[in-house]
Write a protein that binds this ligand. Structure first.
Ligand SMILES: [Zn+2]
Length: 220
């Protein structure tokens, strides 16, 4: 599994030979290393419909052949905007999409449709992208049921968890690797990866924190 950070909450993951984009906010993202015209994917996932999570760019990417995956109402809207292959789901057990298992999870946030996180499971690995969310105790169940190898967690504060809360999330989920996201893009998102690392060391020292810079990747 190869994970590349595209800045803010956007990731490109190659898993079992499939290219997956999550929350591909590219146009207008000051941290994006790519242009939407240069990006393609097999699957594009949008956790919720706030502008900084890439609905519009995801539709563009879906028009080039990616399967658009999101909660039912957002997937329907993507279809209306021209995405040809959409899978509208809801929070619950996984669906099989292009050979991968994809489950939407709850997220404590807002949006015109219910916001979600997402778990993606392949043969080579698995990850949990929490979307935008506050802390909630049932993250423990996501860890118990899916054992995601990697967790991408928002740490910016104000709209989501801060580094302290996100370290409790790591304690609940117990991934091998935690990647912080949704910080530093705007001055209001004050959480730092250094503080997150420090807090994770206190509560879940067996989890490795890897703060990727935009365009950096890891192979796990
Ligand atoms: Zn949001």
């Amino acid at each position: 599994m190869k994970i590349r950070y595209l800045g803010h909450a956007a990731f490109e993951v190659v898993l079992d030979g499939k290219r997956i984009l999550v929350d591909p906010w590219i146009t207008g993202n000051p941290k994006s290393p790519v242009k939407v015209g240069d990006v393609s994917a097999d699957i594009v996932i949008v956790t919720h419909d706030h502008g900084d999570h890439g609905f519009d760019d995801a539709v563009e990417i879906a028009k080039k052949g990616a399967t658009f995956v999101s909660i039912f109402e957002i997937a329907t809207k993507a279809g209306e905007k021209g995405a040809k292959d959409t899978v509208g789901m809801n929070i619950g057990g996984p669906a099989e999409i292009k050979g991968l298992k994809i489950a939407l999870t709850q997220a404590f946030h807002s949006g015109t449709a219910n916001p979600t996180g997402v778990v993606v499971i392949g043969k080579e690995g698995s990850f949990y992208h929490a979307g935008d969310t506050g802390l909630f105790g049932d993250m423990k169940l996501i860890g118990e049921i899916y054992h995601p190898k990697v967790a991408m967690l928002p740490i910016g504060s104000h709209f989501t968890m801060d580094p302290v809360e996100a370290s409790y999330a790591v304690q609940f989920i117990r991934p091998e690797i935690a990647i912080p996201m949704h910080y530093g893009t705007f001055p209001i998102l004050t959480g730092t990866p250094e503080k997150f690392q420090e807090e994770v060391r206190k509560r879940a020292p067996e989890t490795k924190v890897i703060a990727l810079k935009p365009d950096e990747s890891i192979e796990v």
